[in-house]
Design a protein around this ligand. Sequence first.
Ligand code: HEM
Ligand code: HEM
Length: 225
Amino acid sequence: MTHPANDSHRVWDLPTRLFHWLLVALVALQYASGEFGWPSMQWHYLCGYATLALIAFRLLWGLCGSQTSRFGEFVRGPRAVWRYVAGLARGDATHGAGHNPLGGWSVVLMLASIALQATSGLFASDDISEEGPLVARVSAATVAWMTRIHLWNRYVLLALIVLHLVAIASYGVLRGNNLVLPMLSGHARGVRAQSLRFAPGWLALLLFALAAAAVWALVAWGEAA
Ligand code: HEM
Ligand code: HEM
């Protein structure tokens, strides 16, 4: 007989998983192209637009997507975070399916930092050969500010990513909880996930198309200046 805690439940939908692994590839390419010029700065811009579209999609999906992806489900108040952290310290922290109350805030911080990095890039310039597509639409002072933000926030984002990886490794090593497999397969064992609601795939496609069209229109408007 199978123990209920060992049953496998679907926790992450395909759009959220695709979002995550595409984001990982794009952010890695942005660092490679920004820091080392590999493969080229042209890739930096193209990956940047794709990142912006993904982030805009994720914001919409956080409002009307599947239950475990909604901000309203995993962004919790300080009391819930404290209860969870106290539980972690005692070794008996539990939570439902999806991001835990502490992880939820790290997700918010990462999404905000990536959004800031990609948005500031649109207005960034090295005053030599590289500039984002919206530089001609704003004042020199704004370009200077945005470039400063772009150059500094890359370290903030890097620190958040390192923290993310350390947290995931700690869950695996200290608690024997493999969080990576569910992000790959969508399914997890031993979670309370009986009656989760999942949004349809066509809605994700529609929202992504909207997000991509908005980014395309913004860049085209900038380049027309
Ligand atoms: C550039 C590097 C990375 C970034 C920017 C990033 C960002 C994120 C974001 C934004 C989420 C929230 C997903 C959502 O609800 O939309 C997330 C979750 C997650 N990420 Fe990453 N990630 C990165 C690298 C990785 C890597 C390399 C792994 C695996 C080794 C990983 C494993 C996970 C897992 C397991 C979760 C779900 C955590 C949970 O169960 O609450 N991430 N990541
Ligand atoms: C997550 C997204 C992004 C990351 C992680 C990122 C990262 C970086 C890094 C590491 C540099 C090199 C800084 C240096 O050493 O001088 C850079 C420079 C630059 N990036 Fe991005 N970037 C992102 C998005 C964008 C976007 C969307 C654009 C514009 C479409 C953009 C435009 C630029 C420009 C114009 C520079 C040259 C600025 C300078 O060197 O002064 N970036 N970026």
